[in-house]
Design a protein. Sequence first.
Length: 318
Amino acid sequence: MLVGIGPGSVDHMTARARAAIAEADVVIGYVTYIKLVADLLDGKEIIRKSMTEELDRAVSALASARAGKKVALISSGDAGVYGMAGPTYEVLFQSGWTPDDPVQVEIVPGASALNSCAALVGAPLTHDFCAISLSDLLTPWPTIARRLDAVAMADFVVALYNPKSGRRTRQIVEAQRLFLRHRRADTPVAIVKSAYRRRENIVFTTLDRMADADIGMLSTVLIGNSNTFVRDGLMVTPRGYANKYDMEEGGATRAGEKAGRSLSTGLLGWLDQLQAEHAAGATIEALAARHRLPADYIAATLAEPWEDEAVPAGEGEA
């Protein structure tokens, strides 16, 4: 059982995660994670591993399962988000394991750091977001840097995992440098350390000051998008309702907008605009630059005919 124990508070662990640990003969995990569930481990065989021994944890789990024991291999947060699910499946497949094997695998999901940290600071992930790890222990830095640059340009809210450690101190500075190429200096940033644990600490700052904050391996950094704001100690990313509805007039639909239909600036409205601009003499290259999209995409879109969308009765969306 690959068990996500959540952010570290027993209150935020799922009932299934608690039950999985209770059922287990053997519990395997990083020493810090073992401490987080210490009160659930009476009578269990405990196998503690260090931070860099992920593959050893997976090998030990498989060996114990092959010996007929029920195993809980624990991860903080969710086992499938920078957790033990991936390396465990790699070890399993390398050993010749298949889903029909007598050793059966269950993944028990848990709240990841981006969920728990977001809950503590407000509602920063209400719109599109992504997660990027700054750890270059297993991933080449150019790969990480390209991802950072792409999501910064695309205006995602971003959760940075593994932002800094005792030896890895420059990665957060480089991330800041890449984001400042595309984002305002005053873009809101929240830094959450040890969410729901004994030494929990929350700091609100801005993108230009982010790298100067107290950040470590127990921190998760949440960087807002161009619409994110902080008010009364809460970080909020609007979902976009104000684009369609007049929030001060009881939610009345704005002029030119229709409830249950795409925005006037949604895909079809944008296609109409694009066609008009092109017909007026704008080149493919100029349109691509104006909308910050690839020229071949603009060309292919203009070449494909489209029809107005039809919404079946009762199937509208906000």
